[in-house]
Design a protein around this ligand. Structure first.
Ligand code: FRU
Length: 323
């Protein structure tokens, strides 16, 4: 709609080469296509704190209508968020929390809840007895801290459950902490802070102890190849806790804010356990969403083509009239 003013949304993504992040970007792109007057520009900081700050600086300079940030780190990004806020540019924070409240809205699932759901699955499968290894992500971030907290809240009620925490950062070394634990301990459950961590642990355990009975639980629950839902269906993971990216919701929220609608400051995305009982139905639901997404993309592509044809035809017509 050319009569409407264009709304430019800038999105600062923190991590590249990651299925979950790509799925977030894609959901944002598709949602944006549904709003002809909206334009989305994505910057990727590729895990570099400085680059992310520069990206947001650029968006402020370009006077974007709304800025969405998926922060890599929770402190260093604060000054630039506050700067945008001072300039009156609405800022939406997604996924990882930041150490300021000077933004417009936050959107994300509750990570304490994520940890609790994993804990509850372990308790129900183990009947309150066993050894659990929690494998945290590579850096200390809010999701990690809160997932750990949620797990602890549940497991601490069961004296028969022993928990050990390690970091995933040295997975590639043959002497990684997980390998050492496999040698020294009889492990019953592994809770990986995302599906990839859980999958990597499963692979290591399978190689080292082909007959192990360890049950692996992850987080994210993406659909498709190498996604958590697939891992559950294949029996690699016993469960995964759905951690929605909120891509589409973030764009919707940005447009509401731009239209001066009142929105809640805290916008919670739902999470749930995906296990062998519901993995099939979850993946068929997700497939439907993917189909809808590609329908939207195809239709937009078709409309663009038609518009191009139309404009070249009308140019031709104009030229003929002039003749
Ligand atoms: C992807 C990711 C997800 C996780 C989220 C937490 O980069 O590690 O696996 O759920 O980020 O911020």
């Amino acid at each position: 709609n050319e009569n409407k003013e264009t709304i430019t949304i800038g999105f600062s993504q923190s991590i590249d080469n990651d299925l979950w992040r790509k799925s977030m970007d894609h959901a944002m792109e598709v949602e944006t296509l549904l709003h002809p007057n909206a334009k989305l520009i994505i910057y990727n900081a590729d895990r570099k704190v400085k680059k992310q700050i520069q990206d947001v600086e650029k968006m402020i300079q370009q006077n974007m209508d709304v800025i969405i940030i998926a922060p890599y780190e929770s402190d260093s990004i604060v000054p630039v968020i506050e700067k945008a806020n001072r300039k009156g540019i609405p800022v939406i924070i997604v996924d990882r929390k930041v150490n300021t409240l000077n933004y417009t809205a936050f959107l994300g699932a509750d990570n304490v809840e994520v940890g609790k759901l994993a804990g509850k699955q372990i308790v129900s499968l183990s009947k309150g007895k066993g050894t659990v290894v929690e494998i945290r992500g590579e850096i200390v971030t809010y999701p990690g801290i809160e997932r750990s907290k949620g797990l602890q809240q549940i497991l601490s009620k069961y004296p028969g459950i022993q928990k050990i925490s390690i970091d995933a950062d040295d997975f590639n070394s043959p002497k990684s902490k997980f390998v050492k634990l496999l040698d020294s301990l009889s492990i019953d459950y592994v809770f990986g802070f995302n599906d990839l961590i859980a999958y990597n642990a499963w692979k290591i355990a399978k190689e080292k102890r082909p007959n192990n009975k360890i049950k692996f639980i992850g987080v994210d629950g993406l659909n498709g190849t190498n996604g958590g839902v697939e891992f559950v269906k294949e029996g690699v993971l016993t469960g995964t806790i759905l951690y929605p990216t909120g891509g589409a919701e973030a764009i919707k929220l940005a447009l509401k804010i731009k239209n001066k609608e009142i929105v809640p400051k805290m916008n919670k995305l739902n999470t749930t356990l995906i296990d062998t009982l519901n993995a099939e139905i979850m993946s068929s639901q997700f497939d439907k969403i993917s189909l809808q997404q590609s329908d939207i993309e195809n239709q937009q592509h078709f409309i663009k083509e038609q518009l191009q044809k139309y404009s070249s035809q009308s140019n031709l017509l104009k030229a003929l009239i002039v003749l």
